[in-house]
Design a protein around this ligand. Structure first.
Ligand code: NAD
Length: 388
């Protein structure tokens, strides 16, 4: 067994736990930069969150000009506002985009340099967030990214058409208030796509060649929950039990990728997501089962474990058959929740494949190298073509 380390934020989980926000936030400062999902602001949740903070005698600077796959330059602008307003903590309430945006603001407001300069890439030496980084409190409103549990913040650079990630323990939220009620309003397609993201996190953390016992433990439990509850969360949005299980699965998925990087599906999906500005879950969904289909022979026991977690009846199959079954089960699950997506539908064209492959190899080299099946440029291009 490899050596490993475990870092998990303070988690307050359960329906209604958002109401403890004021108490949690008060421990970290007096002036809050509130990064808010634009959807929630319109839905009135923003007002409730603001009053939870003002009710605890905190001053609030609300900010909701945040796009999906947040732009790095927008984060720089928001950080300037946070500095000007002398904010001493960030509260982020929203999907993964808003949680990441809040983390980026926390970095840029408290350190020299821009958000993009802090991202981890092969083509520059990233700036390292220092002790000035503002504390972050995260309230997820999608069950998908698990960003509330991670030391990652993903940013898009619209000039380069690429995404890159800030990686620092300083952006692990001081508290994650995981309140499944905040996900009730996610429509079926968003629930499905974000659910696929959770599934992919857990699969990839499990098969990662440097995975850790902790990542594997939480991954398998989350996969079991996803197999049992994701179809119900999609079909019945106000089913509290389904939403609870998916919110927990998402948090577990976040813990999984925080302790074992995602591998090839995220590397290839995210490169497309940044290039064509496609929803994160959709760009991963477009290649997940296909990559599993060509990878299971490289780590049959791991893939067999995934199949048994998704379908307990698969446990009786011989090892190689069980491993192959994992890809089929994922395909069937995606079908059941109405996710049938191809890269071409997201806007990728045949003539973009070479460029996107280069982006994947430059920006996501770690994930590619940790995938159990070793792939080079030609194979990556073949995968893109096969999923176009
Ligand atoms: P998202 O945050 O981009 O949100 C998608 C859409 O859903 C937005 O229009 C948003 O307004 C809306 N929305 C959010 N919550 C809602 C709700 N409760 N009801 C109705 N609508 C709602 O989607 P996401 O999948 O959560 O996040 C994707 C981003 O997270 C990507 O940029 C991805 O790269 C990043 N990511 C980060 C990590 C990490 O660890 N930091 C991990 C995986 C992905």
């Amino acid at each position: 067994m490899n050596d490993f380390k475990c870092v998990v934020p303070r988690v307050l989980f359960g329906a209604g736990r958002r109401k403890e926000l004021g108490e949690e936030a008060r421990q970290w400062g007096t002036r809050v930069f509130l990064a808010l999902d634009p959807y929630l602001q319109h839905a009135g949740v923003g007002k409730e969150i603001e009053s939870l903070l003002t009710g605890a005698s905190l001053a609030v600077v609300p900010y909701a000009d945040i796009e999906p796959d947040p732009g790095c330059f927008q984060a720089d602008k928001a950080a300037a506002l946070a500095r000007e307003e002398r904010c001493d903590l960030v509260v982020a309430v929203g999907g993964g985009s808003v949680l990441d945006f809040g983390k980026g603001v926390a970095v840029v407001a408290g350190n020299p340099g821009t958000a993009w300069q802090h991202t981890r890439r092969k083509d520059h030496t990233p700036l390292v967030p220092g002790p000035g980084t503002l504390p972050v409190i995260a309230l997820p409103t999608t069950a998908g990214t698990g960003s509330e549990m991670t030391h990652y913040a993903v940013f898009s650079n619209p000039e380069l058409r690429e995404k890159s990630t800030i990686v620092s323990e300083r952006i692990i939220p001081k508290a994650a208030l995981v309140d499944p009620e905040l996900t009730y309003s996610c429509p079926p397609q968003l629930t499905a796509l974000t659910g696929v993201d959770v599934l992919a996190h857990c699969i990839e953390a499990y098969i990662n060649v440097s995975s850790t016992p902790f990542a594997r433990l939480v991954s398998l439990e989350a996969i079991r929950l996803i197999g049992a509850w994701l179809p119900r969360a999609v079909a019945e949005g106000s089913n509290l039990e389904a939403r609870q299980h998916m919110a927990w699965a998402s948090a577990l998925g976040g813990m999984a990728i925080a302790h074992a990087n995602p591998t090839l599906p995220h590397a290839l999906g995210q490169a497309v997501g940044g290039f064509v500005h496609a929803p994160h879950g959709a760009s991963v969904a477009a290649c997940l089962a296909a990559i599993m289909g060509i990878s299971h022979e490289a780590a049959p026991q791991d893939f067999a474990d995934l199949a048994a977690a998704l379908e307990p009846a698969a446990a009786g199959l011989p090892l190689a058959e069980r491993a192959a079954r994992s890809a089929v089960l994922v395909e069937e699950l995606l079908e059941r929740i109405g996710v049938r997506v191809r890269f071409g539908e997201l806007g990728l064209r045949e003539e973009d494949i070479e460029r996107v492959t280069q982006i994947a190899l430059t920006g996501y080299f770690t994930g590619i190298s940790l995938h159990p099946k070793k792939v080079e440029k030609e194979e990556i291009m073949r995968i893109y073509r096969g999923c176009l």
